[in-house]
Write a protein of this length. Sequence first.
Length: 698
Amino acid sequence: MRTFFTATLTAMALSMIAPLCVAQGPSATVENGPVKAPKKPVSFDLSAIDKSANPCTDFYQYACGGWMKDNPIPPDQVRWGRFNELAEYNDYLLYKELKAAASTPRTALQKQYGDFYAACMNTREVDQLGARPLDPEMDAIAALKSTEDLAAFNAQQIRRGGGGFFSIVVTQDQKNSSQQIAATRQGGLTLPDRDYYLNTGQRYVKIRSQYVDHMVKMFTLLGDTHDKAISEANNVMRIETALAKGSMSRVDMRDPANRYHMLSVAELQQLTPNYNWKTYLNGIGLPEVSQIDVVSPGYVKAVNEVLTTEPLQAIKSYLRWHALHAAAPLLSKPFEEENFAFFSQTLEGQKQEQPRWKRCTRLTDQALGEAVGQDWVKQHFPPNAKANTQKLVEALEASMAEDLKSLPWMSDATKAQALDKLHAIADKIGYPAHWKDYSSVVVKRDDLLSDEEHANWFERKRNLDKYGKPVDTSEWEMTPPTVNAYYEPSQNNINFPAGILQPPFYDNSLDAAVNFGGIGVVIGHEMTHAFDDEGAKYDLHGNVKGWWTAEDTARFKERTACMVKEYGGFEAVPGQTGQNLNGHLTLGENTADNGGLRIAYQALMETLAKQGAAAEPGYVDGKRDGYTPAQRFFISFGQVWCENRTEQYAGVAAKVDPHSPGRWRANGSVQNFPAFGKAFGCHAGQPMMPAGGGCRTW
Ligand SMILES: [Zn+2]
């Protein structure tokens, strides 16, 4: 599984390698009034600091208290933090390009993405069409004669982005990373996690009942009678609950061993007698597949059970629901509003829908990201940013090597292997070396759903075409304006899109302390993912293969167990006791946060020593601000995590987000790193400087 720097929930609910863009999809509301330019975020913001807080007691409050007070959650957001500020800024620049391309395109590429954006903004057309764009899919479902038709149906629907129960993706073989194999994963749920179907707590019981109400409303909008809608919603709930029971938990999914089960097609066929895999594989153009990695055998068995026991009518309800739900944000106003009311408002606490331009900008970036992105980087990513980031990456690599060599708990044999893996990590900065060629994607200005389907099929086809071919490690999983970063364990590379290489993460005009605390920690975080509880199971070539001695593995587990317990003690929803973070789910990200902070700090100290810089209070805008470089480093780091989130969103995130909330990404990391307490003159025993030094893995 790829490990991203930060996450949003809508995407994560869908699959294990979901991209992270916040898209809700577009709706049928019109763009109200002129679009205001958001303010450009700044690094190291003195006004964000809450001087009344004690950094040794609650560093996050100290670094971010002012910011949190001055930046309440905008009504069209569920979480508002520094990542969102920058993403909004990037999206605004993207929006201006899209708008210009929609009216006066100068190149074929601009014509294509301009038309896509225009189709999305064309609410009159979208509203007039109502649910009619779904007719072909609904007709295909109505025409199913028995569950035996399902494989052929799925193979056909893949072109429209739909289908149901099963699908195939092509992915690197985790035991032989140079091979591209076929895999079938779990999915098929609508609520954010299996727990939403199975947990008997009052909160979940209520959400389930609200979900059923929502489905009834949606089916009714589609034209079904109220009675039929109720029966269909109950069918869907029963089937999804059965699938949830068979699904693997997010925590179990983190272990590569749990998600690797190579079966011959004949063996898989035995597991699912009611689903004809040969028909499906032939239908999607992969007749040569003989083996499939069945990621979640429990899910496959659950689907087979459903196909065996459920009447055809119920299966049709499920297929209709998934087609309707997936298309809802792209349909006319009533569908789009009801979809917003349940998934954004009820589930995550969002007060207002995002203006249409924001949603259409996100949608276009998702659909044709490398088309829009190549123009975006020309204008907004200065060439020196790439070279400067490269230098930072090298400083971080050197620091991590020193860190590995000096680890007190690891044997020399394992250290040598770890260093080999570190030196093999490839760096990708800014944007892809080769852009995707979208010329085959048909885009029409008056047919949003079909544009979206063509773009989806382009990506699905690209993926399926990779079967049996060499791996292209130059590809990117994120578009250039994305404010995020990731480590790809099967390729052992780290990736930093152009979008994140700006304030508050990186500002070339500021001192090293601020940049190492910002983008430096991000880089260190991604590098450390190569050695977290999941990444450490992959070797330098991206294969899941043991390279540790048994003793070192045992010591590593002891150390990570310390962090599981520590973060499991942090409350997930501020001021609400009773729901804590899941220390197992967040272990990889917490490990990366802690390691990243430590190696970025050490890299800064090396850099300052080389520069002969004195460790004395620094200057901002010509004025002495009173902070030492070490303090500026930690404040810059802490301020990356300033955020506010709705209570509802915090609750969902606690279940599905492998990242801790900003408060604990800041406080958890500094309380495990004695250099922080030293920099701020804390006493041992204060919360941010626990006696004994806290937990440390890397
Ligand atoms: Zn991460």
